[in-house]
Ligand binder design. Structure first.
Ligand SMILES: Cc1ncc(COP(=O)(O)O)c(C=O)c1O
Length: 477
């Protein structure tokens, strides 16, 4: 009877521990660990370190051995509360700036925010209507296939052929909770501990974190304003080692707005192919391109690498749908299957109402985005001109997305209102506190000495916000 009652709720691990350690011995060992912590003994350090203590009955023992040979309860008192994997992730700096700006606004201060990476337009009506209609249908109140509704996958395949000339089968598509989940799952599916992933800096903050979460090592190739933030094949080659598995390729780019030409895309794709690398190419800003610049899709330019290419995309930026959370990965079927398996345990299907909205978005025409692009283009020219008027600021003209990424190195070390910012983080703080304008410092994107300003805000706010920065920095001595 007793045997029946004891370990039925415990997992296999606990069953083994329970049967190995009689209750009294377990209690004694747990008490000893507790006593050690009262004595100020440090939690276990790296393998091979010892907890130092003395006195009767206190023999020295290596904590890692103690953890191995003791039961789970003992281990829990000594182990860090947050896992090493998650502790290594930093808070999103862009969201932190946004939070501070919102807190100041809540205090009644007239803060103008250049921090958020989202269009200021509402989602087009016909997309909202499709969602309202979908919300009324009971079938959408239920679970649907974890990897995405077949109609949406078909619509994404058709849209991909229409927009970038890339022909894919719906079975090569996984519908995700936004581009962010697509990136996370893509790395989780192909990166092993020890694999290196080349990331061009300035980079969007999510890449290094999701690479690290997969156990990989991000390797940065740093670019600057002298090349318009474009990386060359030579720079990428210098970063390649035997451990390199993936190149992250983002064009148009966040935070710089840089766009690679067709020839550059081809050269980089061919280089990656020659070395057997995988490419994660993020095409989320494909429709936000200005002037004569053209968008080129890497697996279209270099079809021979398609079997090792993962395309990330989504509805957020093109259709002003950041809050709806629909993105996708396009890739070889085995990777898509693996990533779908992960998603089936993590989040299951993307909300059906959002998927219905996404079908209306991608199956519809591009009139709405053309209108938004016009506004962004006008604001882009204004912001670049106004930023370049500031002494010490150099802002190359972004060709895509909706960000300006000026160098502010010429302002650092100068004194403004009694403060002398030495870093772009300190300068961003000064600008927020003194001019009531929120911008994101380059530290967030792996390149100190720069600021990112999103120009997805109204023309009036944009002009007023940059004028305030101009006035403040005109005082720099
Ligand atoms: C380059 C890039 N990729 C992907 C995303 C993810 O967008 P979402 O998760 O909102 O679909 C963003 C959002 O800022 C981005 O800038």
């Amino acid at each position: 009877m007793g045997g029946k009652l004891r370990p039925t709720i415990a997992g296999p691990d606990e069953c083994r521990t329970l049967s190995r350690a009689p209750h009294t011995a377990r209690t004694f060992r747990r008490d000893r660990v507790y006593a050690l912590s009262l004595l100020g003994a440090k939690p276990p350090g790296p393998a091979g370190t010892h907890v130092e203590h003395s006195g009767p009955g206190h023999e020295s023992f290596p904590p890692e051995r103690a953890l191995r040979s003791h039961d789970k309860l003992e281990g829990m008192t000594e182990r860090p509360r947050i896992s090493a994997r998650i502790s290594a992730i930093s808070e999103s700096a862009t969201l932190a700036v946004d939070a501070k700006a919102k807190a100041m606004k809540a205090e009644g201060r007239p803060v103008i925010g250049f921090g958020a990476g989202e269009p200021d337009f509402p989602t087009p009506d016909y997309i909202v209507e499709a969602a309202v209609e979908a919300a009324r249908q009971p079938k959408n109140h239920r679970y649907s296939p974890a990897g995405g509704q077949p109609e949406l996958k078909k619509a994404i395949a058709e849209k991909t052929l229409r927009d970038s000339g890339y022909e894919v089968d719906p079975a090569q598509i996984l519908v995700t909770n936004g581009g962010k989940q697509a990136i996370y799952e893509a790395f989780a599916a192909i990166v092993d501990p020890g694999d290196e992933v080349i990331v061009v800096a300035p980079y969007w903050t999510t890449y290094p974190e999701s690479i690290k979460l997969a156990g990989g090592t991000p390797v940065f190739v740093t670019t600057d304003e002298s090349t318009g933030y474009l990386a060359s094949v030579e720079q990428l080659e210098a970063a390649r080692t035997d451990k390199t598995k993936v190149l992250v390729f983002v064009s148009p780019n966040n935070p710089t707005g840089a766009v690679y030409s067709r020839e550059q895309v081809r050269a980089i794709g061919e280089w990656a192919d020659r070395h057997g690398l995988w490419v994660l190419t993020d095409e989320i800003y494909e429709h936000l391109i200005y002037g004569d610049t053209e968008f080129s899709s890497l697996p279209v330019e270099v079809p021979q690498i398609a079997d090792r290419t993962l395309v990330v995309n989504g509805v957020a930026k093109t259709y002003a749908m950041t809050g709806w959370r629909v993105g996708w990965i396009i890739g070889p079927k085995d990777v898509i299957k693996a990533a779908s398996n992960l998603q089936s345990h993590a989040t299951s299907n993307v909300a059906n109402v959002s998927q219905a909205a996404a079908i209306a978005a991608v199956a519809g025409d591009l009139t709405a985005v053309a209108k938004m692009r016009e506004s962004f283009d006008r604001r882009r020219r204004t912001i670049v001109q106004m930023l370049n008027e500031i002494d010490g600021v150099v802002c190359p003209e972004p060709q895509g997305a909706f960000y300006a990424y000026p160098s502010v190195k010429g302002v650092l070390g100068r004194t403004v209102r009694g403060r002398t910012p030495q870093t772009s983080t300190e300068l961003a703080e000064l600008i927020l506190e003194e001019a009531e304008v929120a911008v994101v410092p380059g530290e967030a994107f792996g390149t100190p000495g720069y600021l990112r300003l999103s120009y997805a805000l109204s023309d009036e706010d944009l002009t007023e916000g940059v004028s305030r920065i101009q006035k403040l920095l005109a005082e720099a001595k």
